[in-house]
Design a protein around this ligand. Structure first.
Ligand code: SF4
Ligand code: SF4
Length: 735
């Protein structure tokens, strides 16, 4: 060390620098290790979670989502700021460790940095420290002055975290300032006569500080150097030990959280990892009731959350004023964990998580029922925090305790006894297809159990059209069923339906938390499908599609009708008549279970773009940022507390985009969007149509179109207004 004494050589308060810093290191590391050990305690008591498979795939995701910061640019300003900070932190990590060691070993140089690489690395890190310092200042100003809405903490979710965030940001700024100051003091010292000059990056923070210190005496520089070094050390260890108490714990945890993140996002978590369906009856209690019922990975999620608010910013339930904000599901659980597993003192646990506030619980029933399982929160989270599995697990716990919302009791009973939530007779399931007039235009085979008995295996059908309950029984949605059947018939598909042998797919039932009922529905359908001998399945219902594809096993491959149409359009089997009304502007609404959950974004758009003369606009929130219509997770039967309906918000988005026709590809979306058009007062200005209906309308058939359309509109008009239907205890009159 030239010019001034190294920190390890300085004796202060009668203690040699080397001893002082060695003691500080030991205390800091011991304190951090103790806190981390305490933070691990609840994870060790948690439920198991199998996350040790496919290590290479997991490492690849660490490179993409952690090192590559893949999701951050989705929020341009904050994301760019974070990428800069993260990259600079990585660069500064080696410098930070070198600096720590220099306190006990003055000539220490990090391996690899002793030659030419050393000065180059110093220059780069001078700039990195400057960038981090500036980013911290910007971040503090952002929080103090601009106050982004997504950081706010509504009163019902607790106290604001702004002071904590600003305190932590300021500490990092202090760390960078201290680092730059002792580098500047050290570099300023050689500029005294007779000493060599140490280079600093031009216009960096250390360079500017060095310029400011040009006239300082050597003893003053020595004191400054030692003081800055001491502040750096203290701030470093304080940050290290303070972060596990709050929102910056993600700095330590995020890498692990991303490594262990769910690989098959579309597959719902089993009731208990490692317990097969056959052995579920041996499980004493289903779902999550107390904190310790969460899996260790879900607890790691709680620790990892950066409190950035992106999940809630995209949550449709939160947007319409339902009592649910995914961010606070996590924050409340983390607070619970810190409170019940304190760093000092004994842990106490076992409190129910759901109930009244007085009971010490943290969630309300409405909060947990308010989720549509749309997946927007998970799509957005940069740290891959999971929500749907946790919410479904909490619901499983409530169902296990017999805690079922009143409005859902009737449809659940009907599903149990009749296999559909409407309580309709099984034999009526195929009525929509068996009406005489429709059979004359489009014969639909029934390959259900009765037919199998009477007519032998598979009744000659290669493809099963799995209709599901809503399309089978809702008068309005039957139009989607008929359109789908006509399209399949048009492309020469040899298809049939199961009719009375088909039960509800159970998709919503499972997401509602009724695993046993789901299993019964699934097993029945799997048997019927396998007995039918079909080689593939097509459905026009994304919920059924998702269930058949991910919740069922040992069934033939399944496609959504939009995939079939897109393929047949490309193959030239489907050709379209042009759109005749030039005033129609179409916007496609991505159903959550087609888009986000199965990444089918392009096929429906390709189909629309293949229709001559069709004008299409995109809503701001589309594709993986699509805004849920409000229909998922048995929501058609549940009346949540909300300020506005999700569907209403969605149709307003379509109107803002300049559309007057909303196209969707899901019967649940159709229910909500048609209702919403009325509620939003857009009747006469906007209509909704299913992709299958639109395709069926526009297909160029051999018979003259005008004649065909006249028949369609008279008999099976796709946009025919329908009567209200009774759904469980809730009337869906398309309010
Ligand atoms: S799944 Fe959708 S509704 Fe549920 S918490 Fe996430 S964003 Fe909100
Ligand atoms: S869960 Fe993810 S998106 Fe939500 S606040 Fe935490 S880090 Fe941000």
């Amino acid at each position: 060390m030239v010019g001034i004494q190294s920190a390890s050589q300085v004796t202060s308060w009668l203690v040699a620098g080397q001893t002082l810093f060695l003691t500080l290191h030991l205390l800091g590391v011991a304190c951090f290790a103790y806190i981390m050990a305490k933070r691990l305690v609840p994870l060790l008591r948690a439920e198991r979670d199998l996350r040790f498979d496919r290590p290479w795939l997991r490492l690849g995701r660490v490179l993409k989502f952690w090192l590559g910061q893949w999701k951050h640019p989705r929020y341009r300003a904050a994301g760019t700021l974070h990428i800069f900070i993260f990259a600079c932190f990585l660069l500064l990590a080696i410098r930070a460790f070198s600096v720590l060691i220099v306190g006990v070993s003055e000539n220490f140089v990090m391996p690899g940095l002793s030659g030419r690489a050393g000065p180059l690395y110093d220059i780069v890190t001078d700039y990195a420290a400057t960038i981090v310092f500036l980013c911290m200042v910007i971040a503090v100003i952002r929080r103090l002055v601009f106050k982004p809405a997504r950081y706010a903490v509504p009163a019902q979710y607790g106290k604001a975290h702004r002071a904590d965030a600003i305190f932590l940001l300021s500490l990092i700024a202090v760390l960078m300032l201290a680092d730059s100051l002792f580098a500047a003091a050290r570099a300023a010292a050689p500029s005294q006569p007779g000493h060599s000059v140490e280079g600093l990056a031009v216009l960096s923070l250390p360079w500017l500080l060095k310029s400011a210190l040009a006239l300082a005496s050597l003893p003053a520089l020595g004191r400054l150097y030692f003081g800055a070094y001491l502040v750096h050390e203290l701030t470093f260890y304080f940050l290290l030990c303070y972060r596990p108490f709050g929102i910056q714990f993600h700095v330590e945890i995020s890498l692990f959280n991303i490594y262990f993140a769910k690989l098959d996002r579309e597959i719902l978590k089993p009731v208990r990892w490692g317990v097969s369906d056959e052995h579920l009856d041996q499980v004493k209690s289903f779902g999550v009731k107390t904190f310790e019922d969460f899996t260790w990975k879900h607890m790691l999620d709680f620790y990892s959350c950066a409190d950035c608010g992106r999940c809630s910013d995209n949550c449709p339930a939160n947007a319409v004023g339902r009592p649910l904000s995914p961010r606070f599901l996590t924050i409340k659980a983390r607070d619970y964990s810190f409170q019940h597993y304190p760093v000092l003192g004994k842990s106490n646990n076992g409190t129910p998580l759901i109930g009244g506030k007085d009971s010490g619980s943290i969630y309300s029933e409405d909060e947990i029922w308010s989720c549509t399982t749309c997946g927007a929160c998970e799509e957005e989270c940069p740290l891959l925090v999971e929500y749907i599995d946790k919410i479904v697990d909490l619901r499983r716990g409530m169902i296990d305790d017999g805690n079922v919302p009143q409005s859902l009791q009737k449809p659940l009973k009907a599903l149990e006894s009749r296999g559909n939530p409407y309580g309709k007779m099984e034999k009526k399931k195929g009525d929509w297809a068996n009406a005489k007039e429709f059979q004359q235009t489009c014969p639909v085979k029934t390959i259900g159990a009765n037919h199998l008995a009477n007519n032998g295996p598979n009744n000659g059908a290669d493809t099963l059209y799995f209709v599901d309950s809503i399309t089978s029984f809702d008068d309005r949605m039957q139009s989607i069923g008929r359109a789908t059947a006509k399209i399949l018939s048009h492309v020469g598909e040899n298809f049939g339906i199961l009719g009375a042998a088909e039960r509800d797919s159970g998709h919503e039932v499972r997401r509602f938390g009724e695993e046993t009922l789901f299993m019964a529905l699934r097993d029945h359908n799997v048997d019927a499908i396998r007995a039918s001998g079909v080689r593939r399945i097509v459905t026009a219902d994304p919920h059924a599609y998702n269930a058949l594809k991910h919740d069922y096993k040992d069934v033939p491959p399944v496609e959504h009708i939009s995939q079939v149409i897109a393929r047949e359009v490309k193959a030239g089997k489907i050709k379209f008549n042009p759109i005749e009304n030039p005033d129609r502007v179409y916007a496609y609404h991505d159903p959550c279970y087609l888009g986000r959950h199965n990444q089918i974004y392009d096929d429906p758009r390709d189909v629309l773009d293949a229709i001559p003369g069709l004008k299409r606009v995109e809503m701001t929130r589309s594709r993986d940022r699509s805004f849920c219509c409000g229909g998922g997770g048995l929501m058609l039967f549940y009346e949540p507390k909300e300020d506005q309906r999700m569907g209403v918000k969605r149709v307003q988005m379509a109107a803002e985009a300049g559309a007057n026709v909303m196209v969707t590809a899901c019967p649940f979306c159709m229910v909500n969007i048609e209702d919403a058009i009325k509620v939003a007062g857009l009747e006469g200005k906007m209509t909704a149509i299913d992709l299958a209906e639109l395709v069926d309308q526009q297909i160029a058939r051999e018979i003259p179109r005008s004649k065909q359309e006249a028949t369609e509109i008279k008999e099976w008009g796709p946009l025919r207004p329908t009567d209200s239907i009774e759904v469980g205890t809730k009337s869906h009159s398309r309010r």
